[in-house]
Design a protein around this ligand. Structure first.
Ligand code: DOR
Ligand code: ZN
Ligand code: ZN
Length: 397
């Protein structure tokens, strides 16, 4: 069995700079970052490539258990690694929703038996699971739906929302327009910082900037960064919906100026048949998030530094994920090798997600992940996914 891997000759992202170094990964951990050439069982030649910390996607819906006709932990995790992602955090609106510690344990067993990518499982909230929330351990956050979406997890009662925020280490909140203001007020009154999922509007950003950035971490999705209401067709219906061009521009500005902390895909697969025949909310995105943003880096819309901050470092810090997000000796051997020059089109027939489509089909992008290393093993290379069940549940600080 292969125990050590040397990623050699790449330009390695360390503390905001690209440095020519070799990385030795041993037993799943980064053992040495060096200019010399240590022996290793396996070698990757990364000449001409950029090596960054494995990308973390803090917001995906892998639909397992219960909705596995849309996606499951195997196909979702394959899509993740093909998209340069080494760690995902999965949302609780599965069937059944993850509302008890028993169900959390069952979902963990599913993930550990199927996942190619490292994973954490967000806990769910309801009107009456506060005891379960208090007991929940080893979760990145507790999710609150303050607006209706897929799965019946809406909580409208403000007092309940407050009690959940108070009881959890950190909450991830789906809040739209006026509910953003409400959520910030709750957090302020409780002196607790929360994670605001998928911000979409200029006025939400203004509110955050003016009234309490210190109370909230802010996430944006690629679909809100690249699409607008003018792109509307059945396939790009999601919650929150696409907004105006002016809003879209404000999101980019906020991403650059630090108001936005993370980019999460909100990967929400539904089958083509479901999209055509009914109003179901959500678009897939775990596989296209990294190339879309790399293309933006190539176009000078965002720096590579900001990309790594919002897609590797900040997710690890916010959700207190141990040993990930940075290339440092002692950290986990999760690495993404990028070809900044590779130009390719997003194609539905080349995707790993079970739903088989992307709202970005036909987008020609420059900058693609070409090798994904999870726990020291090459899981994705040359368009193929290898060694499927390599993912581990993450640990928290
Ligand atoms: O569009 C969405 N789809 N928004 C959500 O909040 C949930 C997601 C899903 O799970 O389908
Ligand atoms: Zn949401
Ligand atoms: Zn979501």
């Amino acid at each position: 069995m292969c125990m050590s891997l040397l990623v050699e000759k790449g330009r390695v992202y360390i503390k905001g700079e690209l440095i020519n170094k070799n990385i030795l990964v041993e037993n799943g951990k980064i053992k040495k970052i060096t200019s010399s050439k240590p022996m290793a069982d396996e070698k990757i030649n990364a000449k001409g490539m950029v090596v960054v910390p494995g990308f973390i996607d803090p917001h995906v819906h892998f639909r397992d258990p219960g909705l596995t006709h849309k996606e499951d932990f195997k196909t979702g995790s394959f899509a993740a690694v093909a998209g340069g992602v080494t760690c995902i955090l999965d949302m609780p609106n599965t069937k059944p929703p993850t509302l008890t510690n028993e169900l959390l344990k069952e979902k963990g067993e599913i993930a550990s038996s199927k996942s190619a990518v490292n994973y954490g499982l967000h806990f769910g909230s309801s009107l009456d699971n506060i005891e379960e929330i208090r007991e929940a351990k080893g979760v990145p956050s507790v999710k609150i739906f303050m607006n209706a979406s897929t799965g019946n997890m809406l909580i409208e009662d403000g007092e309940t929302v407050k009690r959940i925020i108070e009881s959890a280490r950190i909450c991830s909140i789906h809040a739209e327009n006026d509910n953003v203001r409400k959520a910030i007020e709750f957090a302020k009154s409780l002196k607790k910082k929360f994670y605001l999922c998928h911000i979409t509007e200029e006025r939400e950003l203004e509110y955050v900037k003016g009234n309490g950035k210190e109370n909230v971490f802010v996430e944006v999705t690629p679909h809100h960064l690249f699409l607008t209401e003018n792109d509307q067709d059945n396939f790009v219906i999601m919650k929150p919906p696409l907004k105006s061009e002016k809003d879209r521009k404000a999101l980019w500005e906020a991403l650059r100026d630090g108001t936005i902390d993370t980019i999460g895909s909100d990967h929400a697969p539904h089958t083509i048949e479901e999209k055509i025949s009914s109003e179901v909310y959500g678009v897939p995105g775990v596989e296209t998030r990294v190339p879309l943003i790399l293309d933006a880096v190539n176009k000078g819309k965002i720096t590579l530094e900001r990309m790594v901050e919002t897609m590797c470092e900040n997710p690890a810090k916010i959700f207190k994920i141990k040993n990930k997000g940075f290339i440092e000796e002692g950290k986990d051997g999760d690495l993404t090798v990028i070809d900044m020059k590779l130009r390719k089109k997003v194609r539905n027939d080349g995707l790993f997600t079970k739903c088989g489509w992307s709202p970005f089909e036909g987008f020609e992008l420059q900058g693609w992940p070409v090798i994904t290393i999870v726990n020291g093993k090459v899981i994705f290379e040359n368009g193929e996914v290898y060694r499927e069940r390599n993912g581990k549940g993450v640990e928290y600080e």
